[in-house]
Ligand binder design. Structure first.
Ligand code: SF4
Length: 425
């Protein structure tokens, strides 16, 4: 269980947060609301008046993890509210745990809070029930996720996110920037920008212009990156699709305004497979653009994820991906073997790839990617780089990250003789 912080006594709410950073931000919002109403966030099931489980339902293994968390909370406590992606289908949750108090879907903060009110009423004491200015966080103080939009307008065939979270709904740019400022004032040194599709930010708002400080600013990824760059902390962009305007943020990286780091979920390279997946920003010239980005900003690090074994992927398609990868020389790569997700359109596609072929392709793809990554890391030997410290130990050691490493998903830097450093240095 997560243990955000102790507060004066009141009704106690246990919280289990599963899933991606977007779900984590949902958890933080619910916790902030409950904390502002005077609830205590409990570290143990046993002492809690009610337990909230924020679930992930993206793929089968995530669902299984969510089901076991719900069962554990029921066994240990018995008063459980389920929310998050799995909550879209109440019937499925109730099959596993018929006696949960309530089931709500993703982003249904108000419903979750009102279910907590019913299960554990709490009188409001404004003088003691204070919330830190940046809200409650499940990440360490020195880094924070900032969610700039919900939902997605695309319909990739392997993905059920739009049916779980709806179409793109961007937050107004002033609200995003104000939140970012508050986080920095509260000690955050690194802001990670997340959404389902960061490049599409503001499209639904028709990129409306608002006043920010002494100038106009559009709800647009480029304006957002520039304004965040003025905050003088690390700014890291995640889930960026390679639309043409991504080219405009590369000079900001070269100027040091935002981190020279791009997380682009390419998923494949073969135009045929990308079309079959119905991927957005399916740009045949992306290799040329990556080369150009590296000319403008040589230190840029690109991380990505790929899927092998999508229905209909032939050996020729896979070889295209391997050749593309050799050319693209991406720094950080994750790869998934295609897995059918309940409710996804891709389940209906013909020509499924046999499991042993998927495994073989995965092995071959990872071998190439790992070699590229290792060769790139070797070039860093002897370099002096800024490191943000994530943790220190009792024997003078510390662990941190460079600009090339996002927390949880990339690498780490281990330091000896780090006495005197502290978390967030
Ligand atoms: S871009 Fe595609 S994979 Fe990403 S959330 Fe939207 S539909 Fe899903």
């Amino acid at each position: 269980m997560n243990t955000p912080e102790k507060i004066p006594s009141g009704s106690r709410v246990g919280f289990v947060s599963l899933g991606c950073p977007k779900a984590l931000v949902d958890s933080e919002r619910i916790l902030t609301k409950l904390r502002s109403e005077g609830y205590e966030i409990a570290a143990e099931y046993a002492g809690s008046d009610v337990v909230i489980v924020n679930t992930c339902g993206f793929i089968d293994s995530a669902k299984e993890e969510s089901f076991s968390a719900i069962k554990e909370a029921m066994n240990e406590n018995g008063k459980v509210i389920v929310t998050g992606c799995l909550g879209v289908d109440e019937g499925v949750v109730r099959e596993v745990a018929p006696d949960v108090l309530a089931v709500t879907g993703p982003q249904q903060y108000e419903q979750v809070v009102s279910e907590v009110h019913k299960a554990a009423p709490q009188p409001h004491e404004p003088y003691v029930h204070l919330v830190p200015p940046a809200g409650l966080k499940l990440t360490p103080r020195h880094y924070s996720y900032v969610k700039i939009s919900e939902g997605c307008n695309h319909r990739c065939k392997f993905c059920i996110i739009p049916s779980l979270r709806g179409d793109l709904a961007s937050r107004p740019i002033r609200a995003v920037l104000r939140e970012a400022e508050k986080l920095v004032e509260a000690g955050t040194s690194e802001l990670m920008i997340i959404s389902q599709d960061t490049s599409a930010y503001g499209l639904d708002l028709k990129h409306q212009t608002e006043k920010w400080k002494d100038h106009d600013i559009r709800a647009h990824m480029t304006d957002l990156a520039e304004a965040l760059g003025d905050l003088d902390v690390w700014v890291r962009l995640h889930y960026v699709y390679p639309y043409p305007h991504v080219d405009d943020v590369i000079p900001l990286m070269a100027e040091g305004k935002i981190l020279p780091y791009l997380d682009i979920p390419f998923q494949h390279a073969s135009p045929k497979v990308l079309r079959a997946m119905r991927r957005p920003a399916n740009d045949a010239k992306v290799l040329e653009r990556i080369k150009k980005w590296r000319t403008i900003c040589p230190e840029i690090v690109i991380r990505s994820t790929f899927i092998v074994g999508f229905p209909g992927e032939t050996e020729e398609d896979f070889q295209y991906l391997m050749d593309w990868m050799e050319e693209a020389q991406l720094d950080r790569v994750g790869c998934f073997k295609y897995e059918a997700v309940e409710g996804a359109v891709a389940n209906e596609l013909p020509d499924p790839v046999p499991e042993d072929v998927k495994q073989d392709r995965w092995n071959r793809f990872m071998a190439v990617s790992q070699k590229i990554s290792a060769d790139k890391l070797k070039k860093r030997v002897g370099m002096e780089m800024a490191v943000l410290i994530d943790s220190v130990d009792d024997s003078g050691g510390a662990t941190g990250r460079t600009y090339a490493d996002a927390p949880e998903i990339d690498g780490q830097v281990h330091l000896n003789g780090a006495e005197g450093l502290s978390e967030g240095t």
